[in-house]
Design a protein around this ligand. Structure first.
Ligand code: ZN
Length: 160
């Protein structure tokens, strides 16, 4: 591994490292994790400056999912669109992300272009709900109890 001296790391080097890191991670990373990986090579302000620079160049986008900050690489895709989909579990608070190459979702982009003349480069879908694991461990989770309460309310309402 190349050892960089903190003070000697130049702005374009940090940009390269940020992009390399993103590409290694399927083009997306939590900002926090990215900073943790790079902090031994550069100061926090250098890393943030690099992120801002890449954002201005249109190579990356920064966005929030359920109050966490993420960065995604979107460069080199003149015609392609990056569809990112997040599932946020409201019980265990886990986030799952997947890249969608789904034609139906591409259609949404085309509709937006038609209706509003807006050319989308990056589309972010955020779904909140219950993940597979939490659905399986039904008995001990609070949301299901809540659901039951709601159901009971409904049924008592219906019985009136
Ligand atoms: Zn869950």
């Amino acid at each position: 591994m190349v050892v960089y001296k903190k003070r000697l790391l130049r702005n374009n080097q940090i940009c390269e490292m940020i992009l390399d890191n993103l590409k290694e991670n399927g083009n997306i990373a939590k900002k926090e994790d990215l900073v943790k990986k790079l902090i031994s090579f550069a100061s926090l302000s250098t890393i943030y400056r690099g992120i801002t620079r890449l954002e201005k160049k249109g190579l990356i986008v920064a966005f929030d999912v359920a109050n966490d900050k993420y960065i995604a690489y979107i460069g080199d895709r003149s015609n392609k669109i990056l569809n990112l989909t997040f599932f946020v579990c409201d019980i265990c608070n886990q986030r799952f992300w997947l890249k969608l190459g789904n034609k139906k979702l591409e259609k949404i982009k085309r509709e937006i272009k038609k209706l509003y003349d807006f050319d989308s480069k990056f589309v972010l879908y955020e779904f909140h709900g219950v993940c597979k694991n939490c659905l399986l461990s039904k008995s001990s989770n609070p949301l299901n109890l809540k659901k039951e309460e709601i159901n009971n309310e409904n049924s008592s309402y219906a019985n009136r």
